[in-house]
Structure formats: C-alpha cells, structure tokens
Design a protein around this ligand. Structure first.
Ligand SMILES: NC(=O)c1ccc[n+]([C@@H]2O[C@H](COP(=O)([O-])OP(=O)(O)OC[C@H]3O[C@@H](n4cnc5c(N)ncnc54)[C@H](OP(=O)(O)O)[C@@H]3O)[C@@H](O)[C@H]2O)c1
Length: 245
C-alpha cells in the first residue's frame, strides 16, 4: 500500500506512466525547479525515483474508480494531468490495412484502451478537478484520429478509436465548462515518436520527423502551459498547431 503526500501544493498526474512519452514527462518534471508532486499510474511497477508516487491499476472500471477515490485527497491540487494510454498493435492486434482484416475482439480491445479507459479516467477524476487554477488535462490522441484529415485510410480501429476519444473529449469539455471551469481538455498529437508503439512503422518517416520522447515531453509541457481554460477542448500537435477535428 502506497501513501500519497497530501501536504504537497500541486500535483502532476501521469496515467499510463510506462509509456515512453509518460516516462519522459516524469523525467522532465523531476528536472524542473518548481516543486510538484508526481503521481504515476501504471499496470506494472515502474523504476522511478522514490519521490514519485506510483499507483498500480489494471484499468478495470472498478480499479479506475478506486484510484479516483484515493486521489480525491488531492482534490484541488492538480496542476496537470496526462493520460497516455493507447495501443496500435499488441500481440495478435495489428493495424488493419483493409476491411477483411477487421476482427471484433481486436477492435473492442483497441477501443477499450484508446477510447473507453481514458473516458473512465475523466469520470473518476472529475470530482477532484475543481480549483481556482487552470488544470490542463492532456489526452494522448493522434493526428490519424482526425476525421477531416483522413486521406490514407487503413488503421481502422486505431483511427476510429482516436476519433472516438476526440469526441469523448469534446463532450467532456462541454460538461467541464459547467462543473469545473478551470479544466482545459487537450487532445494531443505528439508527432511520430520513437517508442514501442511506432517501432514497426518507422520505415517511411522523413528525416527529422521521428521525435524522441524527451523532445515531445518538453513540447507538450510548453504547449499546454500557454492554454487558457476557455471551456473548449483543443486538438493540438507538438508544435502547438491546431488540428482540424
Ligand atoms: N509513438 C507515437 O508515434 C505516437 C503517435 C501518435 C500518438 N501516440 C499516442 O501516445 C500515447 C503513448 O504512446 P507511446 O508511443 O508512448 O507508446 P508506449 O510506450 O507503447 O505506451 C503504451 C501506453 O498504453 C498503455 N497501455 C498499453 N497496453 C494497455 C492495456 N492493455 N490497457 C491499458 N493501457 C495500456 C500503457 O500504460 P501502462 O503504463 O499501464 O503500461 C502506456 O500508457 C498513446 O496513446 C499513443 O496512441 C503515439
């Protein structure tokens, strides 16, 4: 059983913290001079400095609700939240090239991880997010989740699950504008990042367009630090540019 430091003035919560992008965010936050308590949630134990509080969660709805309840002791202190969960491939799951590749179980799993789990985190954390300071809640989306930007097709489940995530974010932003005006929801495209998720698909990437997780973590923190809580969701890339939904 871990403990959470309730005396800390601000908290940065990283969910899906085994993600290479999540790990880079933690490294970046630890290097910053300002003191923020870091809480990392993951399926598995992580090798992190002892100052980082780690919570193990298997992402069942009950487990997510329990973590939300536990974190309610930190209500009002959240400085930023980043939800990293996402799969493109995993074991038998591979991005589909054509309709014949669609399989119900694989699609359901991709939607569970990419769309439903992040939405359940918003549900679990909502009661703790009211505060007088802006709290960016960043959900790792992807440019391929843009419906208007889809020119290449394929990757049916991944594209559709990120588009569904984007719609869940849009709806949640409308609700947060009523119940927690300090919350700023961001669907974030990190670019193509050198992580296990993109590893099998890095063949055709232009020079200079495969980013390190460290670079993207820095960019994300800089981009979201500028954002006002305007009651709307933003769909942004690593450069801070808006992506059409
Ligand atoms: N890498 C890229 O080029 C790229 C591009 C666009 C968008 N993204 C998005 O960025 C996010 C982070 O990706 P990454 O590149 O850092 O990949 P990664 O290192 O493979 O991280 C995978 C993430 O997904 C979670 N996850 C994996 N399997 C899961 C499962 N069965 N149930 C629930 N959660 C599961 C992990 O959480 P645990 O800590 O609990 O293991 C971790 O947060 C993803 O949402 C991805 O779609 C990445």
């Amino acid at each position: 059983m871990h403990t959470v430091d309730t005396s800390a003035t601000s908290t940065s919560l990283i969910i899906g913290a085994s993600s290479e992008i999540g790990q880079a965010l933690i490294t970046q936050l630890l290097a910053e001079p300002t003191q923020t308590q870091i809480v990392a949630v993951s399926r598995n134990p992580l090798k992190l400095p002892p100052s980082v509080r780690t919570i193990i969660c298997d992402y069942t709805p009950e487990a997510i609700a329990n973590v939300g309840q536990e974190l309610s002791t930190l209500a009002g202190s959240f400085e930023r939240i980043v939800i990293c969960n996402g799969i493109l491939h995993s074991g038998a799951i591979q991005p589909e090239k054509r309709l014949e590749d669609l399989k119900l179980d694989n699609m359901a799993e991709v939607f569970r991880v990419n769309s439903i789990v992040p939405a359940l985190w918003l549900q679990a954390l909502a009661p703790s997010l009211r505060s007088t300071t802006v709290c960016p809640v960043v959900l790792l989306s992807a440019r391929v989740g843009s419906i208007s930007d889809n020119r290449a097709g394929g990757w049916y489940s991944y594209r559709a699950s990120k588009a569904a995530l984007n719609m869940l974010i849009q709806s949640a932003a409308i609700e947060f504008a009523r119940r927690a005006k300090n919350v700023k929801l961001v669907a974030f495209h990190p670019g193509t990042v050198d992580t296990p998720l993109s590893a099998p698909f890095q063949g055709n990437i232009a020079d200079g367009k495969l980013f390190t997780a460290a670079y993207v973590a820095k960019r994300m923190l800089a981009v979201v630090a500028q954002l006002p809580a305007d009651g709307r969701a933003s769909y942004l890339d690593y450069a801070g540019n808006t992506i059409d939904w």
